[in-house]
Structures are given as C-alpha cells and as structure tokens.
Design a protein around this ligand. Structure first.
Ligand code: FEO
Length: 183
C-alpha cells in the first residue's frame, strides 16, 4: 500500500510526465512544420518514452491499491525559435523532472516507504540518461552554429532514432515492457 500523501504526489508526477509527452509532441509538430523531419522523429520517440514514464507510475499506483487521478494537462508552447531553443527548453524541463523525482524519493524516505523508494530508482537512473542525451545534442548544435549544411546532416542522423519502449499499454506496462525486451 501507499499513503494518501504518496498517492497524491505520484498522481502529480503522472501529470508532469503526461505534460512532458505533450511538450515533446508539440516540439515534434513544430519541427515537422519547418521541414526538420529527423528532429520531429527524435521528439516523437521522446513522446513515447514519456508516455511509458507516465503509465509506469499509473500502473504502480493501481498495483499498490491506490487511486489514479488524471489532472488537467497544461497547453505547451506551439512555436520554438530553433532546434537549440527546443533542446535548451528540453534540458531545463528534464532538470525540473529530475528535481520532482528527487522530491518523491525524499517523501518515500520520510514515510519509510521502501517499496516506492526502490520503484523510484528506475526513474533516478532514467533521468541521468535523459539529461545526458540533451547535453550531447546541445553540444552538437553548438558545434554546428549557423552552418545549415551541418544542421541538415544532424537532422538526417536524428531520423534514425527508434522507439525502443512499448507503445501498447492495453495489457499493462510490466507485460508490455517485458514483450519489448525490458525497456
Ligand atoms: Fe519522464 Fe523525460 O522524464
């Protein structure tokens, strides 16, 4: 079981993860509109990852006998200045998510909720990877500067990113993750 306090905090985090999915699909749409099909693909893969993060929390609340509450998702921006603007905003958002996960860990420790503390470790590790990916792409974009030919090539490279997480949660996240090879 989880406390009412923890249930509320995780429901808040489900909303944060769903907003992340919303934000990255907005970035994907803006990239597609501007002809940056590779970056559009990269952000669409990210959208799927965020849906997994949300649904993994969703399933955990249910598994622990809690009640999932889906809160309103705020509207993300629709326009971004450049790929650099998008990735800087992505990094800032992921740093916020890392802080939120850290606060959940602190709450689990305070409540001596060992099961949730262990469950959250997956997200702690995931956040390190998320921030690293964003830092790497920001570094690549800095190298490119205003070289449009190099940006064209980087966009082509980002078209190769594949969705490695399950996208069908109809049978539950754990089963879907196992079927997809334990993403
Ligand atoms: Fe679910 Fe990108 O943090």
């Amino acid at each position: 079981m989880i406390s009412k306090n923890m249930e509320k905090a995780i429901n808040g985090q489900i909303n944060n993860e769903l907003y992340s999915a919303y934000l990255y699909s907005a970035m994907s749409a803006d990239c597609a509109f501007k002809g940056l099909k590779g970056f559009a693909n990269w952000f669409m893969v990210q959208y799927h990852e965020e849906m997994l993060h949300a649904m993994k929390f969703y399933e955990y609340v249910i598994k622990m006998g809690g009640k999932v509450r889906l809160l309103a998702i705020k509207e993300p921006p629709a326009e971004f200045k450049s790929p650099m603007d998008m990735f800087q905003k992505t990094l800032a958002h992921e740093q916020f998510i890392t802080k939120c996960i850290g606060e959940l860990v602190e709450l689990a420790k305070k409540e001596k909720d060992h099961a949730t503390e262990v469950f959250l470790q997956w997200y702690v590790t995931e956040q390190t990877e998320e921030e690293e990916n964003d830092n790497d792409i920001i570094a690549q974009l800095k190298l490119i500067g205003s070289d449009t030919a190099a940006l064209y090539l980087l966009d082509k490279e980002k078209a190769t990113r594949l969705t490695t997480v399950p996208t069908d949660f109809s049978k539950g996240v754990e089963a879907a993750m196992k079927a997809a090879g334990g993403a």
